[in-house]
Design a protein around this ligand. Structure first.
Ligand code: NAD
Length: 513
């Protein structure tokens, strides 16, 4: 992922005393005391004019947009301003029936029998349209989600297109993917996704399912329906046969009706562990296939021989990218005791340079929290951190008067029993713990109910391998963090879920093998 500080030639960071080169491998003198933010960049807003948001949207079923059967609808708002953006149809059980029936027909009559080489053409077409309309989609995603435009522009939209390109390449080569000479699709996939990477999550789900010959009913999150509806429009634009992709907007009840529907052969869910458990319970004994991508509480582990400046960038990228609304976020920093003071001091300095504000401003590092509900959850857990005795710190930071905002926050003096070290906060809050030996780092990193990801920062290759073998985590990054690639499998251990998405593994989840 092209996150902040990924390149060794990252532009100079700014302090009041002038620019300080990142990546020098040497600790520059920290600006002491930590300088207040100097908002010395002129605003550089991306134009909102490029995207047209309709006052209302229907459900996308059988190739057409139409209102919910009972006419129900709900608003979606801009979390940075609380301004209502549109009203979106709220799918009920009758709509779920209709969408699943359309997907079944499309699977049996069109998409299932279609040669893989023909399916690939549609996926390539969708990928190219995503690229062509990338600026518009980036703005739309920032407005509906609250995330900074530089992230939607550089990460969400390019990666969504990359998933369609990647899986288009597999569509006519399924017989060579290691699942036998003629692997068959499963049928109709019911897919439920969260709000943190709305378009990207839709692409993660749809692209492998379609490449493998399945048809889909997708339910986006209730706070971020707009980019999934835009993707439905792109399916129309690409001439995708009706019923191959259906998009049902709605909240938890719509999702529950979809996953419980008897016409759905395979369920793919990304979201909270709590809902994942409910879905696993609902599907138990039905024989239907299920993959779950759930929560995380990853350890980002910094050894005393780590290149400190790069590690600082990796820590910042690990927890403050996308406001920390990332399942694999490095929310627990484990730092070796001998360098803990240096690292936290340098981190504080770096946080003082982050810019929080208008998601459409190209200079913005930290955007809005996605919803009032999520803001309340973050606020509650941060308060618990203080109440349990950890030391809370945020850089001086002015929060906009309207919208949902939370300043980047670091807790030091955290112990493993604290809620902020155990529970997923899903916000811009970092808990710092220390360790003395590699064994202790392993024990603390694995001391969690989750197992989605981990980061290791050290200059010793042998230590990276030693640590990676011992991490109970689906993804382990070494001297980098939050990097994603469509060819690479992604998924969890323990309560982070089961099954893998991405790469060849992601195809297997949609084949009857
Ligand atoms: P959530 O579980 O509340 O909601 C996720 C989706 O499920 C939404 O579309 C929601 O409407 C739907 N839903 C809610 N209740 C449902 C039910 N009973 N049956 C079916 N669907 C239901 O999660 P969230 O708050 O939207 O997302 C944040 C969570 O997602 C975090 O825990 C995060 O770690 C996780 N997540 C995991 C990954 C991953 O790949 N492992 C990626 C992104 C987010």
């Amino acid at each position: 992922m092209a996150g902040r500080g990924d390149r060794p030639d990252e532009p100079a960071m700014r302090s009041r005393s002038g620019p300080v080169r990142a990546g020098s491998g040497r600790l520059p003198a920290p600006a002491a005391p930590i300088a207040p933010l100097s908002w010395d960049y002129a605003p550089a807003p991306e134009s909102r004019e490029i995207v047209t948001i309709a006052p209302e949207y229907g459900l996308f079923v059988d190739g057409e947009f139409a209102p919910a059967a009972d006419g129900a609808a709900f608003p979606t708002v801009n979390p940075a301003t609380e301004e209502p953006l549109s009203r979106v149809a709220l799918a009920g059980e009758a709509d779920v029936d209709r969408a699943v029936a359309a997907a079944r027909r499309a699977h049996e009559l069109v998409w299932g029998p279609m040669p893989g080489s023909e399916r690939a053409k549609y996926l390539y077409r969708i990928a190219r349209i995503l690229q062509e309309r990338s600026r518009e989609l980036a703005v739309l995603e920032s407005i509906d989600n609250g995330k900074p435009i530089k992230e939607t522009r550089d990460v969400d939209i390019p990666l969504a297109a990359a998933h369609f390109f990647y899986y288009a390449g597999w569509a006519d080569k399924l017989g060579y993917a290691g699942f036998g000479p003629d692997p068959r699709p499963i049928g109709v996939a019911g897919q439920v996704i969260p709000w943190n990477f709305p378009l990207l999550m839709a692409a993660w789900k749809l692209a492998p399912a379609l490449a493998a010959g399945n048809t889909c009913v997708l339910k986006p999150a209730e706070t971020t329906p707009l980019s999934a509806l835009a993707l439905a429009g792109i399916c129309q634009q690409a001439g995708l046969p009706p019923g191959v992709v259906n998009v049902l907007t709605g909240a938890g009840r719509t999702g529950a009706a979809l996953v419980a529907h008897r016409g759905v052969d395979k369920v793919a869910f990304t979201g909270s562990t709590q809902v994942g458990v409910e879905i696993a319970r609902a599907l138990a004994g039905t024989g239907r296939k299920l993959t779950l991508e759930l929560g995380g509480k990853a350890a980002n582990i910094v050894f005393d021989d780590a290149p400190v400046d790069q590690a600082i960038e990796g820590i910042v990228n690990g927890i403050f990218f996308n406001q920390g609304h990332v399942c694999c976020a490095g929310s627990r920093l484990l730092v070796q005791e001998s360098v803990a003071e240096q690292v936290t001091e340098r981190l504080r300095w770096r946080l003082g340079t982050l810019r929080l504000g208008d998601p459409l401003d190209k200079n913005t590092d930290i955007g809005a929290i996605n919803s009032r509900e999520q803001l309340d959850k973050i606020t509650e857990l941060a308060a618990a951190g203080e109440a349990e005795g950890a030391h809370r710190w945020s850089p001086p930071c002015e929060l906009p008067a309207r919208g949902y905002w939370f300043a980047p926050t670091v807790f030091t003096g955290v112990s493993q029993s604290h809620r902020i070290a155990r529970e997923e906060i899903f916000g811009p809050v970092l808990s710092v713990l220390t360790f003395r030996t590699p064994d202790e780092a392993v024990a603390k990193a694995n001391n969690t109910q989750y197992g989605l990801s981990a980061g290791i920062w050290t200059e010793k290759g042998s230590r990276i391998l030693w640590m990676a073998q011992r991490m109970r985590a689906g993804v382990v990054w070494a001297n980098t963090y939050n990097r994603f690639d469509p060819a690479s499998p992604f998924g969890g251990y323990k309560e982070s879920g089961y099954g893998r998405e991405g790469g060849r593994h992601g195809l297997g989840a949609y084949l009857d093998v």
